[in-house]
Design a protein around this ligand. Structure first.
Ligand code: RUB
Length: 310
């Protein structure tokens, strides 16, 4: 069963009008909430699962999308009446949206406090969690300069730079390939994440691993800001994170380059040895403890288990 609101959100995620792992997850949950609130058909369980599949098919890499949808549908199969089924999806999805927003606020405070006074920081792509953390650190008087990469191919740096500038943060944009030249000036790299695997590998925008490698070489700490729903329970038993490949036209028009092939993977893996800390809403952790967090948060009563869904 299609639904205009859901379809608008699904297409928004596909076209990257809605982007960033947190926003993708929250918007998918909002789509399910809207669907549950406005449903007038006769087989809600079947139809809502179809809607969930439509949302899950939009982008493959950010596990936040999977976690947001899975949380929204939690307990659905154990409901009796259609009303009960709608109610559980309504409660779960609105709870997910609220908790995910709170998680960002909490980790922002923790990350900002970790940034040393008088810092030059470098961020890559456009992560709500990372940008908000840098802005908060600036408010605490800790930022001398925020550098942001352009972030090819989609130039999310063009979103990041104005967000920082509007908040009053001194900001300088560089091309991605300037990261190594710049690194001696940087005190901390601050990035977001789309997925964190159980072995502590961080999946984020293409180029994150190069920047982290360079930072590691220069002994510059890399801090990853990631709410708990960016951790992937699917990787516990060896499922691989699918790296999205997008249209090559994002790089260049192939018609201008006869005989040339293009390749456009848009995320990469940063191994845990290049990550100093992951900051979640629970606090600061080593990437090597990702497994423990996943087992704790995604088993039994699952994500956000510590509070009753109201
Ligand atoms: C966005 C990206 C962001 C993470 C975290 O990629 O890689 O760093 O999603 O963002 P894209 P947030 O632009 O392809 O979606 O902190 O906002 O969840």
């Amino acid at each position: 069963m299609s639904n205009d609101f859901v379809e608008t959100i699904a297409q928004g995620i596909e076209s990257m009008e809605i982007r960033g792992a947190g926003k993708i997850a929250r918007n998918a949950a909002k789509a399910l909430l809207h669907f549950a609130e406005n449903y007038s058909g006769s087989d809600f369980k079947k139809d809502v699962k179809e809607i969930a599949d439509r949302l899950l098919a939009t982008r493959p890499t950010a596990v936040s999308l999977y976690n947001g949808v899975a949380f929204s549908l939690k307990g659905l199969d154990f409901t009796g009446s259609q009303e009960e089924a709608r109610e559980i999806v309504r409660k779960n999805s609105s709870f997910f949206v609220k908790k995910s927003e709170e998680a960002v606020e909490k980790l922002v405070e923790i990350t900002a406090n970790r940034i040393p006074d008088g810092s030059c920081v470098l961020t890559h792509c456009n992560s709500t969690a990372a940008v908000k953390s840098i802005i908060r650190a600036y408010e605490l008087g800790k930022i001398e300069m925020a550098y942001c990469t352009e972030s090819r191919p989609r130039r999310q740096g063009w979103i990041t730079a104005p967000q920082l500038a509007e908040a009053g943060v001194p900001v300088t944009m560089i091309v991605d390939s300037a990261a190594r030249f710049l690194m001696p000036r940087i005190d901390m790299v601050v990035v977001g994440a789309d997925t964190i695997a159980s072995n502590g590998a961080v999946v984020n925008k293409i180029g994150t691993s190069q920047i982290s490698l360079v930072a590691h070489e220069s002994r510059v700490p890399v801090t990853v800001c990631a709410e708990s729903y960016k951790f992937s329970p699917l990787t516990l038993f060896g499922e691989r994170v699918k790296i999205e490949e997008r249209e090559v036209e994002e790089i260049a028009d192939p018609r201008d380059f006869p005989g040339v092939r293009f390749y456009n993977p848009v995320f990469d893996f940063t191994p845990p040895e290049y990550v100093d800390a992951i900051v979640t809403e629970f606090g600061v952790m080593s990437p090597y403890t990702a497994y423990e967090l996943i087992v704790r948060e995604f088993s039994g009563e699952a994500l956000f288990a510590k509070e009753e869904v109201k």
